[in-house]
Design a protein around this ligand. Structure first.
Ligand code: PHE
Length: 454
């Protein structure tokens, strides 16, 4: 394991927490959360989302990290390693397919962020009205070759990180940029709350009107929770594999889940008051954040500087997520072909993944229905399905003693023995019951509910 920790380039436990947080915090929080919450009525969605993070997010994050840590393998080899047979190999395949679907549209939105960064540098949003900002977005999207160009740029950046194995650099960068992103978002939230009319947005986001819910809302919240926490496609298995045996999975998951949720809620706190203050529509859809943000910067001091800083941070947050997405597919392909006559090494696998991603990105750009389809199928079908299978895998097929050891073990100081150990033991037992019964049954119930059957 020591060798692997070194191989991954992560220098410390904190480094791994940062990398996991880097995977979790991204466009899911800042782009997707506000627009899905906006489409699903705001406050009621927020409450269901928070419930999903506690009930599903935390235990399933622990589950995936545990599978990785225990096996020391990526999504391709983990299930086989732990069961000593290949009966669960289909789950590895599903993880890889999910990663490709997500990459198809995620890179496109990362490309949008790159475009907005360039536009911020040119200060093209200065003095634009609400309608003009929407028009800017629509014009940009209509220029498909340009969108494709920006998206390819995002793919190249990500591939370069995997190609040169510069995780350590990324880790150092995230340690500085992630807190900076948080500070920036707090400042923006503060500014937006001072705008006239921001109260309506606060009301929309925090007042839970459950009469607005329809059957799909719970499934959307569940899917958004998985997407935002990077659960259910193997990314966390890969990072778990790099964890030292002494890392406490429960604590790591809690830290990352809290941070991720904080960023999502902050994004809502920025977007919704501004939406109402400027007269946008909260159910605008995927463009919501991109039309609202530039309007906010124009109200901030140092508008030009603020917008450049924010969009740079957004691009970095997006790329730390795409790295973990691409890593799943790259590790899968290089391990799957390792025993072939012509094995694909890491770099060749990067090239193969890039080629497939460019094709699926083009499909997303030229056919909006593909974009929407990849997004919905990955979040609302595949990720819950994979996570469901992973919960069953750990809950029913792995030895309980291993789970207790793996989930809550951390170096035990002599004086801590006794009470603390007992507490840990009980915590692990609660976790086991949750992944055995509660998570699988609740996911089935939400599926039936989403399909309108129940
Ligand atoms: N969690 C990332 C985000 O919120 C997206 C992601 C999903 C990354 C799945 C890796 C795996 O932006």
């Amino acid at each position: 394991m020591a060798a692997e920790t070194k191989k991954s380039g992560f220098s410390s436990k904190l480094g791994l927490i940062m990398a996991t947080a880097g995977s979790a915090v991204g466009l899911g929080n800042i782009w997707k959360f506000p627009y899905i919450a906006g489409e699903n009525g705001g406050g009621a969605f927020l409450i269901i989302y928070l419930a999903c993070v506690i009930l599903f997010g935390l235990p399933l994050m622990m589950t995936e990290l545990f599978i990785g840590k225990q096996s020391g393998k990526s999504a391709f080899g983990a299930f086989r390693e732990l069961r000593n047979n290949s009966r669960w190999q289909w789950l590895s395949w599903l993880c890889m397919i999910t990663s490709f679907l997500i990459m198809g549209f995620y890179f496109v939105v990362t490309g949008w962020c790159f475009h907005y960064l360039v536009a911020a540098v040119g200060h093209v949003f200065k003095d634009l009205t609400t309608a003009q900002l929407t028009l800017h977005f629509d014009d940009f999207i209509a220029n498909r070759p340009e969108v494709l160009g920006y998206s390819i740029l995002a793919v190249i950046f990500t591939a370069a990180v995997l190609w040169f194995d510069v995780n350590k650099g990324i880790e150092r960068l995230s340690k500085i940029l992630m807190p900076l992103l948080l500070i920036m978002m707090f400042l923006m939230a503060g500014r937006v709350l001072m705008l006239d009319g921001s109260n309506t947005g606060m009301e929309f986001f925090f007042h839970a009107d459950f009469s607005k819910l329809d059957t799909r809302t719970i499934l959307s919240a569940l899917g958004q929770c998985f997407f935002s926490l990077s659960i259910g496609m193997g990314a966390l298995i890969t990072y778990g594999a790099y964890m030292p045996k002494t890392q406490n999975i429960a604590a790591t998951s809690l830290q990352v889940a809290v941070l991720d949720t904080l960023v999502a809620v902050l994004a809502g706190l920025i977007i919704f008051p501004a939406v109402f203050a400027f007269g946008f529509n909260p159910a605008e859809g995927p463009e919501l954040v991109f039309v609202v943000l530039p309007a906010i910067f124009e109200k901030m001091s140092f508008a030009w500087f603020s917008s450049i800083l924010f969009f740079s941070l957004l691009c970095v947050a997006a790329v730390t997520s795409t790295i973990s997405l691409m890593e799943v597919a790259v590790a899968f392909i290089s391990e799957a072909t390792a025993k072939n006559k012509h094995p694909l090494d890491r770099r060749k696998s990067v090239l193969v993944v890039m080629a497939v991603v460019v094709v699926s990105m083009a499909a997303c750009i030229y056919f909006p229905v593909v974009f929407k389809g990849f997004d919905t199928v990955s979040s609302c079908v595949l990720m819950p399905l994979n996570a469901f299978a992973m919960a069953l895998f750990v809950g029913w097929f792995l030895p309980k003693a291993d789970i207790r050891q793996g989930i809550v073990h951390s170096p035990i100081v002599a004086k801590e023995l006794g009470k603390t150990e007992k507490w840990r033991h009980n915590l692990a037992n609660v976790y086991i019951q949750i992944v055995r019964y509660i998570v699988p049954l609740a996911i089935i119930a939400i599926f039936l509910n989403g399909l309108g059957i129940w």
